[in-house]
Design a protein around this ligand. Structure first.
Ligand code: AMP
Length: 189
């Protein structure tokens, strides 16, 4: 199996690039943000809980997020591999993902980290607000909070995969097509 983590700050282009990569490599795309938003739309208990954190730009608690991710992976027993988008976002989530995959005789193949300067992230997210309908894109304070949470809690996750020799930094500035080509060059055939 090929299990990729598409990593990077909010606005780095993880969702956009995942859409190209899943088709090319025949992988299942699991975006924890998308799954939470589907639950909010469906007005589930999980959706209500997630919304209270997402609207503040905070992370949904690890136990809830990890459980949800694991049950999504289990729904795709025939998958050729996964793209994890927006997960893991804490070192606890990374540890849980590693043990979960190990229990299935699997592992993370690589972490592809989209590198984009903060100034560019802020302007991308504000532009996205016009079309995404996402309340967390519309408020500059929430955008800043998400970037701060990324720097404090999520960025350290890259050290975990760096230590395992699985980290691949990708320049995330340029045209969508160019960035897809950089990712594909890093992933290989
Ligand atoms: P995203 O669509 O990846 O930008 O995620 C939107 C929001 O969903 C984040 O700001 C968090 O509130 C929540 N979220 C998504 N993925 C996670 C995760 N792995 N852990 C905790 N919260 C998450």
């Amino acid at each position: 199996m090929r299990n990729l983590i598409l990593f990077g700050p909010p606005g780095a282009g993880k969702g956009t690039q995942s859409a190209f990569l899943v088709g090319h490599y025949n992988l299942v795309h699991l975006s924890t943000g998308d799954i939470f938003r589907a639950n909010i739309k469906g007005e589930t208990e999980l959706g209500k809980l997630a919304k209270s954190y997402m609207d503040q730009g905070q992370l949904v608690p690890d136990d809830v997020t990890i459980q949800m991710l694991e049950s999504e992976v289990d729904k795709h027993s025939q998958a050729a591999g996964f793209i994890f988008d927006g997960f893991p976002r804490t070192t606890a989530q990374a540890g849980a993902l590693d043990s979960f995959l190990e229990g299935r005789g699997e592992t993370i193949s690589s972490m592809l980290a989209l590198e984009v300067p903060e100034k560019e992230l802020r302007s991308r997210l504000m532009a996205r607000a016009a079309t995404s309908g996402r309340t967390d894109d519309a408020d500059p304070n929430v955008i800043q909070k998400r970037i701060d949470v990324y720097n404090a809690e999520t960025a350290p996750v890259s050290d975990h995969y760096r230590a395992a020799g699985k980290y691949k930094g990708i320049d995330g500035v340029g045209s969508i097509e160019d960035i897809t080509l950089r990712l594909m060059a890093a992933i290989g055939d």
